[in-house]
Design a protein around this ligand. Structure first.
Ligand code: C5P
Length: 253
């Protein structure tokens, strides 16, 4: 990837506190590289140019291309959010986080449902790279109260999100992944000293795709999101840089 990917100035360290209020709006935007080849990822990153600094590498691209795609993004000056949602015994998760830290990623995800010991193992391993933000996934937005009931989880989705987020923050995670709706509840219940990353964001007028509930970039930030994740509205745009800039404009207002 470095051979054809123009470098950008390094985006700087991630803000572990979640307070990005005075920064460059690009600090808040994460572009999801949900594609199956490094070549396709490279094309998107080149097309976005310097309109975004952070890219999400998820299980599709990582499974297809492995860690080199991450190394190449980092080498070109981009920040990487490695969204592999680790959930295993503490030793195994800690070891995986050690490897992710050595790849130079800036953010990664673990499942809060793995419990306090697993989360603590992830956080301890991440401390090898001080700017690395460990984010906990609480309840997948594809699950409703009925699904939780079937797997034996008590309480409403909202209660469960707050309970799992509390476990995550108590065990040292710097933040959570949450929908805009959950973000406002989490800010009200748990304060503003942690990062919230919000997906399911759509600029006004764009295709909703398979997202059920969507919010605009401005709504996500107003709900308490520190970072927004945007995939297809940017990656499938005729002009990805222009789309990213439009989103940045909406965040800045
Ligand atoms: O829909 P879009 O292409 O913007 O998706 C961007 C990313 O957000 C995807 O990688 C997906 O994994 C993530 N995500 C989501 N909705 C959720 C949770 C995660 O779109 N509820």
């Amino acid at each position: 990837m470095p051979t054809t990917l123009p470098s950008v100035p390094h985006g700087g360290p991630s803000d572990r506190s979640g307070d990005l209020s005075n920064g460059d709006p690009r600090q808040r935007l994460i572009v999801a590289l949900d594609v199956s080849t490094a070549a396709a990822a490279r094309k998107i990153v080149a097309a976005v140019g310097d309109s975004a600094l952070t890219y999400k590498v998820g299980m599709q691209l990582y499974t297809a291309e492995g860690p080199q795609v991450v190394r190449d993004l980092v080498a070109s000056g981009r920040r990487v959010f490695l969204d592999l949602k680790y959930h295993d015994i503490p030793t195994t998760v800690g070891a995986a986080v050690t490897e992710a830290a050595s790849l130079g990623v800036s953010m990664l995800t673990v499942h809060a449902a793995g419990g306090g010991k697993m989360l603590r193992a992830a956080v301890d391993a991440a401390n090898a790279r001080p700017e690395l933000v460990v984010l906990a996934v609480t309840v997948l937005t594809s699950m409703d109260g009925n699904d939780l009931d079937k797997i034996g989880v008590r309480g409403t989705v909202e209660d469960t999100v707050v309970r799992l987020a509390t476990i995550a923050l108590t065990n040292g995670c710097q933040g959570v992944v949450a929908s805009a709706r959950e973000a406002s509840t989490l800010r009200a219940e748990l304060g503003d000293k942690f990062v919230i990353v919000t997906p399911g964001v759509r600029p006004a007028g764009s295709a909703v795709g398979d997202q059920v509930r969507v919010v605009t970039p401005a709504e996500a930030v107003a709900s308490g999101a520190s970072y927004i994740v945007v995939g297809r509205p940017i990656t499938e745009a005729a002009d990805p840089a222009a789309e990213a800039r439009a989103i940045l404009g909406q965040i800045s207002q």
